[in-house]
Structures are given as structure tokens and as C-alpha cells.
Design a protein around this ligand. Structure first.
Ligand SMILES: [Zn+2]
Ligand SMILES: [Zn+2]
Length: 271
């Protein structure tokens, strides 16, 4: 049976590009395709019944230059540097053979990445970006100028913010693994889907654990709750520090959709 790592290595051999760049291009394709499809949904109004957050005035083309700058000038060099330093994107074993790992490896890695990502994301987000000195200095206010109602805004942030919210929580846990080419490729391609979805404003599965976009939507509107990354994250740190929106605002306890509160519908313009 053909292993996905073989396909990724084939891509590397035919293009001559290093693994980090191949992974970056895979991520770039998935991320921008997803954001474009969300934008088509927004423009067409097909699924507006599922749109819970609608506060953004600036649209797709206004956010795109900063997003692309972050991806090409911060994420790509960071990934390439990790490969050059030999701390990630190195999928060769001690006999110089390509690693071809199993589903059990991937399951373990995926669990670790959701936990590790949560730890580094939460620490940087809550204690640096939302500190009294860091919010302005590290320019987290730029990301908070968006209202979690446009998918592309998941990567709309200042470079300092992008390093702390995107690069560190993704690359540091990854560097602790010895993953094969397939995992490296799929992890970043799929890893951006959660952020994209929770910034889209849609909430398709509000009552399915881990798939409600309420937490990050509440973070964008209330600032002082739900510091974990929401969809796709283990969200253990919010539980540990009791900072989920349900803890900080007890009247929201058990509510997975803003449609469950008439106050909120007025607040967010959904009346
Ligand atoms: Zn924030
Ligand atoms: Zn956000």
C-alpha cells in the first residue's frame, strides 16, 4: 500500500523543494481555498441561518495583504529555519531512511499537538497578549479589531501577535516529535481549519463538543474569557484556569449558541 509519506517525498523530489516548503504550500492551498469558500458563502447568503457573529465591516480583500505577509514572511521562514536547524521537518531515521509511521503514531501525535498547542497558545495569549502592557505593545488590538465573523481574520494580526499565536503554538510542540513527512504535511494543512471556522461567524454544530465556535466568538466580544483556541484545541487550559466564558459569565453556563440568549441576540445584532 502506498504511504502518504511516499507521496510527499515524491513531491519533494519532483519539485526540488524542502519538506518545510512543501508543507507550507499545502497549508497555503487549504487555508486560502477554505477562506475563499467561506467568503463565497458570506456573499451569497446561502447559510446565513447558521451565521451567529456578524460584526466585521472590513471584508476579504482588506484583510488579505496582512494575512499573506504573515504567511510568507513569518510562517514560511520559521518553518524553514526549523528544518535547517534539524528540529522539525526532518523525517529521516538513523539509517537515513524515510520514516513511514502508523495510525497509532498519528493518533498519539494528534493528541499531543492539541494539548501542546493549547498550552503555548494559552500562555502567550492570556499572559502576554492580554496583559496590561502587552495588548498594545504586541499589537493584539489589531486582531481584536476583527469580530470573529470572517474566516480570513484567523490570520489577520500583527507580526508580533502572529509569532505568539500561530508560529510558537504550532512549531514548538511539533519540534518535540519525530514525525514523518505525512504527519508534517497533514498537521499544518488541517491545523488551520479550526481557526478559520471559529473566525467565520458560522456555528454549524453548536451542541457537538469541540465544534462550537461560541468560545472564540465570546473571546472577541468580551476580551476577558476563553483564551484557549476553541475549535480543534483541547481547551484544557481554559478549564484549568477557569477562564472559559461559561466560568467567567455563569449566566452563559451550558449555552453553546448565542441564539440561546435574547440579550445576546440584541448585543450581536441578531434580533
Ligand atoms: Zn485575544
Ligand atoms: Zn481570534
Amino acid at each position: 500500500m502506498v504511504h502518504v509519506s511516499d507521496q510527499v517525498v515524491y513531491l519533494m523530489e519532483t519539485t526540488g523543494l524542502p519538506l518545510s516548503v512543501i508543507c507550507f504550500l499545502g497549508h497555503l492551498f487549504v487555508f486560502h481555498l477554505g477562506c475563499f469558500l467561506f467568503e463565497v458563502m458570506d456573499q451569497s447568503g446561502w447559510l446565513l441561518d447558521y451565521k451567529e457573529f456578524r460584526g466585521d465591516q472590513r471584508r476579504y480583500w482588506a484583510l488579505l495583504p496582512q494575512v499573506c505577509f504573515n504567511q510568507f514572511f513569518i510562517l514560511l521562514p520559521s518553518m524553514y529555519l526549523c528544518e535547517k536547524l534539524g528540529v522539525a521537518f526532518d523525517s529521516i531515521d538513523s539509517r537515513q531512511q524515510q520514516l513511514r509511521q502508523t495510525i497509532w503514531h498519528y493518533l498519539f501525535y494528534a493528541v499531543w499537538m492539541t494539548i501542546g498547542h493549547d498550552i503555548f497558545f494559552y500562555l502567550g495569549h492570556r499572559f502576554l497578549l492580554h496583559s496590561s502592557w502587552g495588548y498594545q505593545l504586541l499589537q493584539h488590538d489589531l486582531h481584536h479589531s476583527t469580530k470573529a465573523s470572517i474566516a480570513l481574520s484567523s490570520m489577520y494580526m500583527a507580526p508580533s501577535d502572529y509569532v505568539l499565536e500561530i508560529c510558537v503554538p504550532y512549531l514548538v510542540p511539533l519540534c518535540m516529535l519525530k514525525a514523518d513527512a505525512a504527519f508534517h504535511f497533514v498537521a499544518i494543512a488541517l491545523g488551520s481549519l479550526g481557526g478559520m471556522y471559529e473566525h467565520s461567524g458560522y456555528n454549524f454544530c453548536p451542541y457537538f463538543p469541540g465544534l462550537s465556535t461560541m468560545a472564540h466568538g465570546m473571546h472577541h466580544t468580551r476580551y476577558n474569557c476563553s483564551f484557549s483556541d476553541g475549535v480543534g484545541s483541547s481547551n484544557l487550559m481554559d478549564g484549568l484556569f477557569r477562564t472559559s466564558y461559561e466560568c467567567v459569565y455563569p449566566k452563559w453556563s451550558g449555552k453553546k449558541s448565542i441564539r440561546e440568549s435574547k440579550d445576546a441576540q440584541c448585543t450581536y445584532g441578531l434580533n
